[in-house]
Design a protein around this ligand. Structure first.
Ligand code: PGA
Length: 254
């Protein structure tokens, strides 16, 4: 089954409105006609302006986070309807920084994913083990627990629209990338788990790799059979760099 490659930029807490719009101006011509799905997740304040800059292009707007409740006394939070209103098609949920720095649980992440589907958006659900967990031989157990918890409320009929990002915590922002073999091993395990949970829809679910993806390593990672794209942090902040990742092909990585 062929899955369309999906490259998403996670800008984290980087870029003002002006910087986001300037990025779009430079980036869009570089990826026009690219044979891949592309999304950018800027910080909340830049969503509206970036959305306008991306309008009519082949690059979708994504959020980095969302709350599961429709409205109410949740200071500092943003609802799915607000994201839909500003033009988001996607939201990242369960990023390891949200899990570790802001105490997000699998249960909360599952509610966010369900809320996104209910609002007509699609989640990119992040999972990944820490270095200590990997070294203790617990990678698969950790991933299974995160998948079971975070995907507990995905409607079966929408499963094919789900995107998973496998992001080993030890590779995020460290410059230490998983080898293509390590990535494929984890992605294959995730695919097997998805098959048990969602049957044939698992073959349509894109599994992105994330963690120090760069123009130099993107092609070999995405050449793996179960690596269907990438979630890119640091290397997505420069238009030329992210464009090279979008356009990366095995044997033509630079
Ligand atoms: P990185 O971040 O590419 O800077 O390692 C990836 C991520 O956290 O999504």
């Amino acid at each position: 089954m062929s899955r369309r490659r999906f490259l998403a930029a996670n800008w984290k807490m980087h870029k003002t409105i002006g910087e986001a719009v300037a990025f779009a101006r430079e980036f869009l011509p570089l990826v026009k006609g690219a044979d891949a799905e592309i999304a950018i997740a800027p910080p909340f304040p830049a969503l509206a302006a970036l959305g306008e800059a991306l309008a009519g292009s082949n690059v979708a707007l994504a959020a980095q986070n969302v709350h599961d409740q429709p409205s109410g006394a949740f200071t500092g939070e943003v609802s799915t309807a607000m994201l839909a209103d500003v033009g988001c098609a996607w939201a990242i949920v369960g990023h390891s920084e949200r899990r570790s720095l802001f105490g997000e649980t699998d249960e909360f992440i599952a509610r966010k994913a369900a809320a996104l589907f209910a609002a007509g958006l699609r989640p990119i659900v992040c999972v990944g083990e820490t270095l200590a967990e990997r070294e203790a031989g617990r990678t698969f157990a950790v991933l299974e627990a995160q998948l079971a918890g975070s995907l507990a409320a995905v409607p079966a009929a929408r499963a094919a629209e789900l995107v998973i990002a496998y992001e080993p915590v030890w590779a995020i922002g460290t410059g230490r990338t998983a080898t293509p073999e390590q990535a494929q091993e984890a992605h294959a395990m995730i695919r097997t788990w998805l098959r048990g949970r969602f049957a044939d829809a698992a073959d349509a679910i894109r599994i992105q790799y994330g963690g120090s993806v760069k123009p130099e390593n993107a092609a070999e990672l995405m050449a793996q059979p179960d690596v269907d794209g990438a979630l890119v942090g640091g290397a997505s902040l420069e238009p030329a760099s992210f464009a090279r990742i979008v356009l990366a092909r095995e044997g033509a990585s630079s």
